[in-house]
Ligand binder design. Structure first.
Ligand code: NAI
Ligand code: MG
Length: 352
């Protein structure tokens, strides 16, 4: 088969790490017998904004909407464009307009990475975050603004469709991973209307999947359990806000931000899904050629998995682990002296 990939490097180190993801993808395609066609897009960057007064062209959906996947670097250059403008004008548009309602973040302790905690043995789980509704709603407002009677509200919105589809995704993912265990994040002891609803739907979904072990934790305790016994978790499913918080805590447990990947997925494939490193454009190291390309390359593995190229996806992840185990090809954030290119090339070679 032939897959069309829209490559969007963005800003800063996005421009440096994205090509390393591409060479690894090409190596995987060669080895596993499929074809990738990359189209490069310069929008969704602050340079584009400075030239055009906007982050995206009018017809961006037509330009990238028919691709099989979006491969994204990082966006943001606060010295020239405020972050809320660059982020909301690009990534947030992709997520919303392409209904990427699953945010996926694998958390895995890799060789060569010093975990910050003593408890960090055998960490290998995935966080599944609801990405379109929940606590991040537009419903609410201010009354009596600026007076002593000021009232501010913001409603959490949970729909049956929205809650069920994220829970179903989590249970099916657990089944596919061969580690059939789902943990749900709740807070039904404090948030007494929406969270009991979430729990009810989670229990219904668990009943439909009797082969998947199921448990739930209140979010405060769950955060503590991430730190105390991270090896307990396999698939963790959470609402938008809880998932947002866990998605930073998880990767922090497993070491450096330079290796963590993320996917924003539209499981029905009505729209393309987006694969990116967790990190941003890192202005402090941009242009030096020393950014760690592993986050981008791990995102490439997730992209291949989404395309259905499971063997290729697994091979890329194996290559990452193999190369990280070798101190000679680690970038400075992992205590090494290798460049972005050296590390990327070593992983591509390992895939071949
Ligand atoms: P950042 O992730 O860009 O950098 C945080 C720290 O981690 C920096 O010290 C950086 O040098 C280091 N770092 C990040 N990626 C690395 C890599 N691959 N290798 C080695 N070191 C790495 O976060 P920061 O500084 O808060 O944000 C910078 C810009 O990026 C801002 O404009 C922000 O809005 C944007 N951003 C964009 C994201 C995205 O495109 N998804 C995500 C996070 C931030
Ligand atoms: Mg966050």
């Amino acid at each position: 088969p032939t897959y069309r990939i829209a490559s969007i490097p963005g800003d800063g180190i996005g421009v440096e790490v994205l090509p390393q993801g591409e060479i690894v993808l090409r190596a995987a395609a060669e080895r596993y017998g499929f074809t990738l066609r990359f189209d490069r897009f310069e929008f969704a960057s602050c340079d584009y904004y400075l030239a055009h007064g906007r982050m995206l062209p009018e017809d961006w959906k037509e330009q990238i909407g028919a691709h099989d996947a979006l491969f994204f670097g990082a966006v943001g250059w606060p010295q020239t464009v405020p972050d809320h403008v660059s982020l909301w004008g690009s990534l947030v548009q992709f997520r919303r307009e392409f209904d990427q309602y699953v945010s996926l973040r694998p958390v895995k302790l890799m060789p060569g990475v010093d975990a910050p905690l003593k408890t960090a043995r055998d960490i290998d789980f995935v966080i599944v975050r609801e990405n379109t509704e929940g606590e991040y709603s537009q419903v609410g407002g201010r009354m009596f603004s600026g007076t002593e009677r000021e009232i501010v509200t913001q409603e959490t919105v949970m729909t049956r469709v929205g809650v069920d589809r994220i829970l179903r995704y989590a249970f099916e993912l657990a089944t596919r991973r061969g580690t059939p265990h789902v943990t749900s994040a709740t807070k039904s002891n404090g948030i007494s209307i929406t969270m009991p609803y979430w729990d009810e739907r989670a229990a219904a979904m668990a009943a439909e999947h009797p082969d998947v072990a199921f448990d739930k934790f209140h979010i405060d305790n769950l955060a503590a359990q991430f730190v105390l016994r991270p090896d307990h978790f396999d698939v963790v499913v959470a609402s938008n806000l809880f998932g947002d918080i866990l998605s930073d805590l998880g990767p922090a447990l497993s070491g450096t931000i330079g290796i963590a990947p993320s996917a924003n997925i539209n499981p029905e494939r009505r729209f393309p899904s987006l694969f990116e490193p967790v990190h941003g454009s890192a202005p402090d190291i941009a242009g030096k050629g020393i950014a760690n390309p592993v986050g981008q390359i791990w995102a490439a593995s997730m992209l291949l998995d989404h395309l259905g190229e499971r063997d290729a996806a697994a091979a890329v992840l194996r290559a990452v682990e193999e190369v990280l185990a070798d101190p000679a090809v680690r970038t400075p954030d992992l205590g090494g002296t290798a460049t972005t290119e050296t590390c990327g090339r070593a992983i591509a070679d390992a895939v071949r």
